[in-house]
Design a protein around this ligand. Sequence first.
Ligand SMILES: [Fe+2]
Ligand SMILES: [Fe+2]
Length: 187
Amino acid sequence: MTQDLYKKAEQFVIDSFTKLGKTSQIKHFERTVFWIKQLKADADEALLISAIAHDIERAFRKQDVKDKKHSHSYADPEFFRPHEERGAEIMANFLKKEGAEHKLIDRVKMLISKHEEGGNDDQNLLKDADSISFFENNVPTFLTKHVSEVGKEKVKEKFDWMFNRITSEKAKQIARQWYEEAIKKLE
Ligand SMILES: [Fe+2]
Ligand SMILES: [Fe+2]
């Protein structure tokens, strides 16, 4: 039963991005789950569901957030708060429909709603795993697509922010080399 809900959430994420032809984004989600497990071997179901689904908002992105990508920095709360909050809402609705327990739903909501900025230990853990997986998987897209869309300066800001926001030393150690390579390639 427990494993079921994770599998269902994973399928929901895969289907949502596949529908948009954005299957290339799925690797980042799968690897966020992998890094959560590396950072916390006994990570609970809510953490794993939040890891696979933390960026679900991107599959349901509304025009206002699309516009902010150009007018705001990636590190601007005005840009990332709707991304966090709508993602949390989408997953809460999904889990509710699947008949999940309130406790699990609330925990997933709590985790996704702060995955960019962190807060408590588990919110920080998700944020750190997200950052590692970002540097492991998303850099090529940022060096090409995002540079042409928003310019080098904003992409540099994004790289710096994604690295500097990491809380745990272990996570920082894992991400550092990828981060430094990314900055070099950008120059
Ligand atoms: Fe995110
Ligand atoms: Fe992410």
